[in-house]
Every structure is written in structure tokens, then in C-alpha cells.
Ligand binder design. Structure first.
Ligand code: PLP
Length: 365
């Protein structure tokens, strides 16, 4: 195989164990986007075996794939647009999130038709201005009270906008808003079974926000929610689960002054051996990446030269390198450049790097 993503499931188990030292709240493992590119089913299964008691995904299709794999723990799908397949959701016992009266009504109608009581989580907007009920909260509460017998209130939740800035006052603003809404809910005798607010950053930095469940994403994969503000994952004792390797198609000598790749942007400053790596931007390596990163071979770094192409890229192996065509180099993780280094070089975050590794690169466990 010319390129592979190796997933260390023991690292996932280890990371969950580390998180469990920091909270007594039950853990919902977030496995959206193919488990952040790590593979939905193997990660979900490992998370459950390691003590996670809930799973969370964005899409209904992701939740259904988990049920089809025989997974029985509670699952929330929190991104279901109007006219999604709510019948399938109910039949598969998937918890749904609602943040508008319209969606709420549509789900209750479907529920009546199929005679299944839906398990709902109310999402409130406490400041992020993305998902969640905002200005129609009073109307929403009235609607919920009027239909109390038609659903099970499985959860009440919100999401932080700036949890990765632990010192930001805004976290307290959101926590205050969350409590205020929760009190209003309970005063209407709507008592949620779970109350959840914290993502990885809040799990690691804000115990007061843990409530009765936490939603663990990036830290489970061994990465930091924000390298600048919170330090690398090693600060929290988590370790990355993903390592990417690729084969060299070709190794050859080139001369100082040669210009490598499209546009000739990679001008060699010395005679060297170039390695042509069988992985490119269609596989998820960001084309905008500067030559601050590259690959490693036998523990030695080989920086990128020139632009990344669709299916390949070129690295400077060094004049005396022993690398040969067919050898595997480490593209990310392991003894190579870290996922965080790739993210910094592409001016993005580690979340984007791991979730965009293409499905055509096989995951090996
Ligand atoms: C993705 C997501 C999470 C997990 O966030 P991390 O920062 O990866 O821990 C939690 N909650 C919701 C609603 C999400 O969409």
C-alpha cells in the first residue's frame, strides 16, 4: 500500500483513562467525521471498552452506521436538518437534538406515526451563536410543556465558543446563561436526564462545567484542543493515535539550483537526494503547507521541497540518505513531524488535518 494511516487503539484507550482521572462525569465519546478521520467503528468500540458510556455524532447517517455495527449504548446525533429521516432515527433508538419548535414538532409528528417515544436533547445557545435555541426560548419552553407526555427529555446541552481559552470571561458568561436556562426548564417541570456542556478543552480546564456528562473529542485522539493556549497533548498526558506513512516512489540525485515541482518554487540550495513520496493533497496533505514540515526516514527529517501535488510530494532526503524507492517514510506522527507541526505549517488546527485525511488512504489498526 502506497500510503497508510496507522491507528493505535491503545492510545485511544489510554487517553480515555487519562480523561477519567480528571472528571467523575460519564463520558460521551465524540466520533463524528469518521471518528476525526480515525475510523468510526473501531474507535467507537474501543471508546466503549475503555469506559465511555455514550457516543455522539453530527449526522444521523453516522449514528445509524453505529447501530448497524451492533453498538447499543445511547447515541446522540446533533445535526439533523428538517426532513431528515427521523423515522429511521426513532427505529434505531437514536437520541436527537432539537433547537427549534419547527424541528421539535416534526419529530413529534413522526413519533406519533411510528409509535415510538423520542429521546430528545434540548440545545440552547448560550453565546456561540451557532446551534441552539435563542430568541424563541420562551415559546420553545411552552411548546415543550404542552407536549410533555410525548417525548423523553434525555438531555439539556450547549456548546462553548471559547473553551480553548480557559482564561476567557466568556466561558463564565456561557455557564451563567446555561444555568439560568436550566433553572427555567426545571421550573416548568421538565427535568433532563443528562446535562452536558463541556468539550475536551472544558473537560481539561474547567471542572465546574462538567455537569452530568462530558463530550470528549480531540483529546481522546491524543491531540490538544489548542496548542497555543493550552499546550500540546503531552501536557495532559494524552498521546496521538494517528501515524501516517507513505512509500517513496522514486529516489534520485538532484543539483543545487534545480527547481522542484509546479511553479519551480522549491529551489535546491545544495546537491541532494530527492524522495518522491506517494501522497499528495488529494490524500489530505494540505497544499498550503510550507516546507516547515516534511517526512522522516530512519529517524531523520526530510523537509518538503516545492509544492505538494495531487498524489505526490517531493522531500529532501539528504545527499547521504540510504532511503530507496519502496521504503516507507513517516509523514505525520511517530518519529516524524507531528500533526500539530503540520497544522501550524498549514496555518490551521490539528482537527482539520486529521479529519481531512482522505478515505482512499486505508486505516490500519
Ligand atoms: C465536535 C464536538 C465536540 C467535541 O469537541 P472537542 O473539542 O473535539 O472535544 C463536543 N460537542 C459538540 C457539540 C461537538 O460538535
Amino acid at each position: 500500500m502506497r500510503a497508510i494511516v496507522q491507528i493505535d487503539l491503545d492510545a485511544i484507550a489510554h487517553n480515555i483513562a487519562e480523561v477519567r482521572k480528571r472528571t467523575i462525569a460519564p463520558i460521551l465519546a465524540v466520533v463524528k467525521a469518521d471518528a476525526y478521520g480515525h475510523g468510526l467503528i473501531p474507535v467507537a468500540t474501543t471508546a466503549i471498552d475503555s469506559g465511555a458510556t455514550w457516543l455522539g455524532v453530527a449526522l444521523l447517517e453516522e449514528a445509524i452506521a453505529l447501530r448497524e455495527a451492533g453498538i447499543e449504548v445511547p447515541i446522540i446525533a446533533w445535526l439533523t436538518p428538517p426532513h431528515d429521516d427521523f423515522e429511521a432515527a426513532l427505529k434505531n433508538n437514536i437520541d436527537l437534538s432539537v433547537s427549534s419548535v419547527e424541528l421539535f414538532a416534526e419529530i413529534l409528528e413522526t413519533a406519533k406515526r411510528v409509535h415510538i417515544k423520542p429521546r430528545l436533547h434540548f440545545e440552547v445557545d448560550t453565546g456561540m451563536r451557532r446551534g441552539g435555541i435563542l430568541d424563541d426560548w420562551e415559546e420553545f419552553l411552552r411548546y415543550a410543556s404542552d407536549h410533555k407526555s410525548e417525548f423523553e427529555l434525555a438531555g439539556f446541552w450547549s456548546h462553548f465558543a471559547r473553551a480553548d481559552e480557559p482564561d476567557s470571561e466568556f466561558n463564565f458568561t456561557q455557564m451563567f446563561e446555561f444555568k439560568t436556562r436550566l433553572i427555567a426548564l426545571e421550573e416548568s417541570w421538565l427535568i433532563p436526564t443528562t446535562v452536558h456542556l463541556s468539550n475536551s478543552a472544558a473537560i481539561l480546564s474547567n471542572p465546574a462545567a462538567h455537569h452530568s456528562m462530558v463530550r470528549l473529542g480531540i483529546a481522546m485522539y491524543g491531540l490538544s484542543p489548542d496548542v497555543k493556549n493550552m499546550g500540546a497533548g503531552s501536557e495532559f498526558n494524552v498521546r496521538p493515535a494517528m501515524t501516517i506513512k507513505a512509500q517513496l516512489h522514486l529516489v534520485k540525485r538532484a543539483k543545487a539550483g534545480d527547481a522542484v515541482g509546479y511553479g519551480g518554487t522549491g529551489v535546491l540550495t545544495h546537491d541532494t537526494k530527492l524522495g518522491v513520496v506517494a501522497m499528495g493533497y488529494s490524500d489530505g496533505l494540505p497544499r498550503s503547507t510550507s516546507n516547515a514540515v516534511g517526512v522522516s526516514f530512519a529517524g531523520r527529517k526530510a523537509p518538503l521541497v516545492g509544492r505538494i501535488s495531487m498524489d505526490q510530494c517531493v522531500v529532501d532526503l539528504g545527499w547521504d540518505s540510504d532511503a530507496q524507492a519502496g521504503d516507507y517514510v513517516t509523514v505525520m506522527g511517530g518519529d516524524g513531524y507531528s500533526i500539530d507541526e503540520w497544522a501550524a505549517a498549514a496555518n490551521t488546527i490539528n482537527y482539520e488535518i486529521v479529519t481531512r485525511i482522505a478515505p482512499r488512504v486505508p486505516r490500519i489498526y
